[in-house]
Ligand binder design. Structure first.
Ligand code: HEM
Length: 128
């Protein structure tokens, strides 16, 4: 099983699809996140499904269509404060719970997302 990816382990594209839908449902309702996202999250969700597939070791859908992710650069237009970062992570944590992602995949993925989210933070503190 050493070659099994996290993508396969959690259930492939079907699981990524459910996760991303559960995530943006929360983002759309979050008072700190909603202002920096487009009103229509269809395209954002589509890109996130492509990205997370490859992030989890599955097919490189994002890179095939958009090239290198350069995620930090792509996030620079948005003020990502520590508080917004925590909001993003809490929406993701709840989405992972909603789809009933199992251990150890839950912890492994959340840890990686936490590190990536810290890397994306580009606007200084608001005390949180
Ligand atoms: C795009 C916010 C963290 C992956 C975006 C967009 C915003 C945003 C506002 C643009 C949406 C659009 O115009 O369609 C945030 C905030 C974060 C965060 C507040 C908190 C730290 C992350 C993390 C990842 C990620 C941790 C990956 C694990 C992406 C991807 C896109 C995106 C793949 C689409 C990029 C593209 O347009 O091609 N994010 N993000 N984001 N974000 Fe984040």
């Amino acid at each position: 099983q050493s070659h099994r990816t996290l993508y396969d382990a959690i259930g492939g594209f079907e699981a990524v699809d459910l996760l991303v839908e559960a995530f943006y449902k929360r983002v759309a309702e979050h008072e700190e996140l909603q202002p920096i996202f487009p009103n229509d999250l269809t395209e954002t969700a589509r890109k996130q499904k492509q990205f997370l597939s490859q992030f989890l070791g599955g097919p490189a859908y994002y890179t095939e269509e958009h090239g290198h992710p350069m995620l930090r650069a792509r996030h620079l237009p948005f003020e990502i404060t520590p508080s917004r970062r925590n909001a993003w992570l809490s929406c993701m944590h709840e989405a992972m719970e909603e789809i009933e992602m199992e251990e150890p995949y839950f912890s492994v993925l959340f840890e990686r997302l936490t590190r990536t989210a810290h890397h994306m933070t580009n606007t200084p503190g608001d005390g949180k």
